[in-house]
Design a protein around this ligand. Structure first.
Ligand code: ZN
Length: 225
């Protein structure tokens, strides 16, 4: 396994580190982003921990390629803000379309270079989906009819078996969101793309654990771990 650290949007105010983890055997490509919204800190912590664990050899990608951008929106993160404009509405909407923000453009270009089979975009949201179907906290979201749906269902089943408090159970949502990383990845790169949303009123350590476990389930399902 070979891990290298790079800078995205270098020499711009949006410069942010990313990591490429290469397994010894060829295999699928997984792209992981977090911090598209700068105040969703548990998802960023989970992605950074995964990168650190790979760097330190505590986690091993057996096959394929894993690319991690743990803190996409550095400026929003520094201000502890979601970010304005909402970066997750600025990704390209059509094959010939362009991203409406230089940072979304840089992220999307990096992804395009590697043609990800999978794109996990880690977020946090309000509420518990088990209590109300109107909220996004504790959900996995795909585009309607995505090829990721069966895997999402298996990951949710595994997560929920390990979560004793039923209110915290995860649910699947299928939703098209033009301008989001998820929908851009599905439409334009034909990736299996999934948005992961933990509920940010839960304890931070619990959210980081959920994010970490979900990512590990996907890495195993995709065959990288
Ligand atoms: Zn978000």
């Amino acid at each position: 396994m070979l891990v290298t650290k790079h800078t995205l949007a270098a020499s711009s105010p949006h410069a942010t580190p990313y990591y490429i983890v290469r397994g010894m055997m060829p295999g699928p490509v997984m792209f992981i982003t977090s911090g598209v919204h700068g105040n969703e800190t548990a998802s960023m912590a989970a992605a950074q921990k995964l990168a650190n664990d790979c760097m330190a050899g505590r986690r091993h990608v057996v096959r394929g390629l894993l690319i991690i951008v743990p803190r996409v929106n550095q400026k929003a993160y520094r201000n502890n803000r979601r970010g304005k404009p909402d970066l997750n509405r600025t990704f390209p909407r059509h094959i010939s379309g362009k991203a409406k923000h230089p940072l979304a453009s840089a992220v999307f270009q990096l992804a395009s270079q590697h043609g990800p089979d999978w794109w996990l975009d880690l977020h946090e949201a309000n509420g518990l989906s088990q209590r109300s179907s109107r909220v996004l906290g504790q959900t996995l979201i795909t585009n309607p009819g995505s090829r990721a749906v069966p895997v999402c269902r298996r990951v949710i089943a595994r997560m929920n078996r390990s979560i004793a408090i039923r209110d915290r159970h995860f649910n699947l949502k299928q939703h098209e969101l033009p301008g989001s990383a998820r929908t851009a990845a599905a439409r334009l790169l034909h990736s299996r793309s999934v948005t992961v949303e933990t509920c940010w009123s839960l304890k931070r350590s619990v959210r980081i654990r959920y994010q970490t476990e979900i990512v590990h389930h996907f890495l195993r399902e995709a065959g990288l771990f």
